[in-house]
Design a binder for this molecule. Sequence first.
Ligand SMILES: [Zn+2]
Length: 278
Amino acid sequence: MTPSLKIGCFELYWLNGGKFALDGGAMFGVVPKVLWSKKYPCSEDNFVPLTASPILVKSQDAIVLIETGLGNKLTEKQQKIFNVTEQWQVPEDLKKLGLYREDIDFVILTHCDFDHAGGILMKEEDNLTLTFPKAKHIIQKREWEDVKAPNRRSAHTFWPINFEGLQESGQLELVDGEAELCPGIRVIHTGGHNNGHQIVWIEDAGEAALHLADLLPTHAHFNPLWVMAYDNFPLEVISLKEQLEKEGIEKNAWFTFYHDPFMKACRFNEKGEIVQKI
Ligand SMILES: [Zn+2]
């Protein structure tokens, strides 16, 4: 596997954490379908295709995985509800890169929704084990507080089975606000999508990548007003996108996507037009 993207000393690879589909209205919120469907396709019954693609970031200093994919614990019923069309194959994809699960130093969870946190633990035979047993799992403190005490809405996406034993394993590392995991890789708390949401900056030698996670789930969500119905604080998401997209464009950063089956990453100009993509 050749790197999909090079940012200074970092090599970025997108792994297959599963493919699924969600209702177009949920993904594009109040945006009328006549508008969003020009930028993003949907099936006859209004489902839009999505990936859950963890991004492996490799350098001499550390091997970092951003998000964990859908995992291999979804029941048949859940697979049907979320229209899973391709299964999680992160361990297999790591092997193609000559890596083992034990090689991952950090797992960054931008937040703990099931489609990001599903691969923290995996089913092996009949046991649940940490998929990345040596990795520090980086989660914002306030996200973890919400995981421990979900509200009526988040209880449907913070599934206890995704976190069983994580804290007790000693591999959970809570951060509060901003933190540098290793030279060039920073997480920053944003909120917006949910209270504890964080983003990732990858920077080296004047090059940059910005992982806005669910603030910018696909290339079609660039317009700050195009926010998801899943966002808990839409007005916050709008102003965060205005500010962070501007910052990314000023640095000529690659915007990386977790949910976009059509684009792994792209660069935008000031008008929001895509000028480069992979
Ligand atoms: Zn998501």
